[in-house]
Write a protein that binds this ligand. Structure first.
Ligand code: AMP
Length: 432
């Protein structure tokens, strides 16, 4: 029988590598708490219509990359429904914001999430079909200050802090403004006119986009199209005064906070819902997939999916790519494999008759806060010592004599010394 494997583009994350994932997630949760963000968890699948309307029909994500299926009715009371594994989490968060009327409090909502997303992309290093994102959204009614450029600057400043705390050195913040919906409509007209004489020489996707959504031409990755794209007008020239002032205020706040950025007038991002500030943080160590995170403002998204006016700004960072970046940095620093932290103790029962007593001893130590591995009484002593030396700093031997006397034998692998310890003092001694 053919062996079953993880599906193309998906993978298993195993210890000890998952320790690095945990560290990154813990750093993110710490920083989010300092900036007053609370966690939101939304379902990993949603009604397909949410993404079609929220992300945009013409985006690569919706037009080619979603895992969508017809969910058949299982009872007369149910209707068949088209469902989709979430390709990103912003649409789900905004749906939840609307559904739970979070805006009615009048307060700005600062929400973060950590979880898997799904896109049917061509797998390669740093690009998977199931990948993890850490993201956050700041959203609320206009009266909560949700439109303020200060919110954009705060999110960007937080990201700079977060990447620094995670140990990601040498990132670049690429920044642009794509203006309001009206600015974009004007820019789309300008682009359409500029594309008309040249689009015949471009790829078929661009030929289609030039008609349906010219802005998306700027996302094109086909190398032959790049010289043409370089000659197209930039969106900065289509911004009205409000958008220009908003962007200027974002930049001024970043300058004041000392967060450096690089203006990139071609950065329009792959999703239709963005307005005004858009950004990406890139890192040189990642090769072709160099974006570690992306985001922007989405002032019209709530209304696009049937909600109240609720301007917002958010980002999503790729956890898989953060891990790759940190692993590459570690590999640069030393050629030795990363050392795995050892447990406090290994409890070795001498004979299967002592297994139950060993479980009880391990329970005592674990409840006292120690990290403990439990051996098995069927192992010979030599095998117990080898297993203990691999996993723990000390071995605690539990034989009939130890059990009866309450005096345990403890060997410290670092010093090679063996001592007798009363059971009541064992946890303290093992901690030291
Ligand atoms: P996006 O929503 O496309 O801007 O993605 C935000 C971030 O998620 C990117 O900057 C990547 O770090 C990460 N990301 C997006 N797609 C993938 C993927 N297929 N595999 C791994 N990471 C991804």
């Amino acid at each position: 029988m053919a062996t079953l494997k993880a599906v193309r583009g998906t993978r298993d994350l195993l210890p000890p590598e998952t320790a690095l994932w945990n560290r990154i997630e813990a750093a993110a949760r710490r920083v989010f708490a300092r900036y007053n963000f609370g966690e939101i968890r939304t379902p990993i699948f949603e009604d397909t219509g949410l993404f079609a309307r929220g992300v945009g029909e013409e985006t690569d994500i919706v037009s080619k990359e979603m895992f969508t299926w017809e969910d058949r009715a299982r009872a007369a009371s149910e209707k068949p429904q088209s469902l989709t594994l979430r390709p990103e989490n912003t649409a789900g968060v905004v749906r939840a914001y609307i559904e739970h009327k979070l805006g009615e409090s009048g307060q700005l909502q600062k929400l973060y999430y950590i979880g898997p997303q799904f896109r049917r992309e061509r797998p390669q290093k740093g690009r998977y079909r199931q990948f993890w994102q850490i993201g956050a959204e700041v959203i609320g009614p206009p009266s909560s200050g949700s439109e303020s450029p200060l919110r954009d600057a705060e999110v960007l400043e937080m990201l700079a802090t977060l990447l620094d705390e995670m140990g990601i050195a040498g990132w670049t913040l690429e920044l642009n403004s794509v203006g309001s919906a009206a600015d974009r409509a004007r820019y789309n007209d300008t682009l359409r006119a500029a594309l008309a004489p040249v689009v015949g020489k471009m790829c078929v996707d661009c030929q289609r986009r030039a008609v349906t959504n010219p802005l998306r031409v700027l996302d094109c990755k086909v190398p032959e199209d790049q010289p043409i794209i370089a000659t197209l007008p930039v969106i900065a020239d289509s911004l009205d005064d409000d958008s220009k002032n908003h962007f200027a205020a974002v930049k001024a706040a970043l300058d004041a906070a000392g967060v450096t950025y690089h203006l990139n007038p071609r950065l329009v991002r792959g999703l239709d819902y963005y307005t005004r500030t858009t950004f990406e943080f890139t890192h040189g160590g990642l090769g072709a997939q160099n974006a570690i995170l992306g985001g922007g403002r989405y002032d019209g998204l709530s209304e696009a999916i049937g909600g109240p006016k609720a301007p917002g700004i958010g980002f999503a960072m790729g956890l898989d790519r953060l891990v790759l970046t940190l692993q590459a940095a570690e590999a640069d620093q030393s050629s030795a494999p990363p050392t795995v932290a050892k447990l406090d103790a290994y409890v070795a029962p001498l004979g299967e008759g002592l297994n139950a007593a060993a479980l009880q001893l391990a329970r005592e130590l674990r409840r006292a806060g120690l990290s403990v591995e439990l051996g098995d009484g069927s192992f010979r002593l030599k095998k117990s010592f080898e297993a203990a030396d691999r996993t723990a700093r000390k071995i605690v031997i539990l034989g009939e004599d130890e059990l009866a006397s309450g005096i345990l034998t403890v060997k410290d692998f670092a010093t090679g010394t063996q001592t007798k310890v009363p059971r009541g003092e064992l946890a303290e001694i093992l901690k030291s």
